[in-house]
Design a protein around this ligand. Structure first.
Ligand code: SF4
Ligand code: FES
Length: 378
């Protein structure tokens, strides 16, 4: 008789079949000189003393490559806050992974960037918070950040890294999106990720200062569509729309536990960056279990795999294999239930309520931020 004791199962006990991950986000530290009010790190930040060592990361990268991962996004916090970043990068390269460095550009000198080039960084992704010094410095909570970023972008071009610009957009900068596209082009970026703030963690604390209006969301969509035509062949625009003002939710992570995984600074393995907002879920750690076991067998990764766990209206909806019921963390934040239909979906019974709240937040006049600081989470 077939032994079914190791059959992966979703949170209702339905059998699921894990696929293989292609990309891994390695958050090597939560330390960061910036304090962006929409930071995707959890509100409870991991302190330096709990971070994995470079050699630990080396083992994790080898396990990831064995599991099928092709590329690693080395991120933070600010990965440059790790003195041993070049060693971490070299481990990723030795494991055969394509290495993308996601950075604020602050705290990495030209000599260090050259060292990272030699260690094996293949691609650089630079975050920009605004299109002018005053705007960028205020949003990032870091005076002088703009000048440092512009200098860093020059070095990236001189050394010859392919460059992607990360532009997080929200009510206080969305109208400058055309200038942001122009700036990215001027900096020689091959790609720009225009991502509307996702309201988890820190961003959720700043909803009233960040929520875009419906008009802004429509404007951003139009600028992205026009830009895609105008810049074809020169710069790719990836876009995460303002889903509170959309009809259907985004297919978050391409489906839970489907193609990607995140590892936090202390080795906690997460199906997405905001997963710890699902407070009842327990996450495993690479210090205790192999990455392959965590991917294939852990309750956290299997919980929302497949479609059998979905409640109505997702269960009977033809889009359930397109958007996978939306974002679990958004369902947790807005419905208080991680397995609910993402309430930004127009078919969700909570949709009208969510839209009304988003519109009220978008009408708020506050521009003050709760900045992301290490001591906020204790
Ligand atoms: Fe997606 Fe569920 Fe909405 Fe259908 S009901 S569009 S599957 S979130
Ligand atoms: Fe966690 Fe969308 S951010 S599933």
């Amino acid at each position: 008789m077939k032994d079914l004791s190791h059959q992966p199962r979703d949170l209702d006990g339905n059998p699921v079949t894990p696929g293989l991950p292609m990309a891994m986000l390695a958050e090597v530290t939560h330390r960061c000189p910036l304090a962006c009010p929409y930071c995707s790190n959890p509100v409870e930040l991991v302190r330096a003393g709990s971070e994995l060592s470079a050699d630990d990361w080396g083992r994790v990268f080898r396990e990831a490559a064995d599991l099928g991962v092709l590329q690693v996004h080395i991120s933070g916090g600010e990965p440059g806050a790790r003195r041993d970043l070049a060693q971490i990068v070299a481990h990723a390269r030795d494991a055969g992974l394509y290495v993308n460095l996601i950075t604020s550009g602050i705290g990495i000198t030209r000599a260090r960037l050259e060292e990272l080039d030699r260690a094996g960084v293949d691609h650089v992704q630079l975050s920009l918070q605004g299109i002018r010094p005053d705007m960028a410095d205020r949003i990032s909570g870091h005076p002088g950040s703009w000048d440092k970023k512009m200098g860093f972008a020059e070095w990236v071009a001189e050394i010859g890294f392919p460059l992607t610009i990360n532009a997080v957009v929200h009510r206080q900068n969305m109208e400058r999106l055309p200038d942001m596209l122009e700036l990215a082009e001027r900096l020689g970026a091959r790609r720009i990720e225009v991502a509307t703030v996702q309201f988890h963690g820190w961003a959720d604390l700043n909803r009233k200062a960040l929520m875009p209006t419906r008009e802004q969301a429509v404007f951003a969509r139009q600028i992205v569509n026009e830009g895609r035509v105008r810049l074809r062949g020169r710069m790719v625009i990836d876009y995460v729309p303002a889903d509170h003002h959309a009809v259907y939710p985004k297919a978050c992570m391409g489906g839970w536990g489907s193609t990607g995984l995140n590892i936090g600074p202390d080795g906690t393995v997460l199906p997405c960056h905001a997963a710890q907002s699902i407070t009842w879920m327990r996450f495993e750690n690479v210090r205790d279990r192999s990455l392959s076991d965590i991917w294939h067998l852990s309750d956290s990764f299997n919980a929302f795999r497949g479609t059998a766990w979905m409640p109505e209206p997702c269960q009977g909806c033809e889009r359930k294999v397109v958007d996978f019921g939306g974002c679990r963390c958004q369902a947790m934040a807005l419905a208080g239930d991680a397995r609910a239909t993402d309430p930004v979906c127009s078919k969700s019974p909570l949709h009208a309520q969510v839209v009304a709240r988003a519109e009220a937040d978008a009408d708020a006049t506050t521009t003050e931020f709760v900045y992301r600081r290490m001591n906020k989470g204790g």
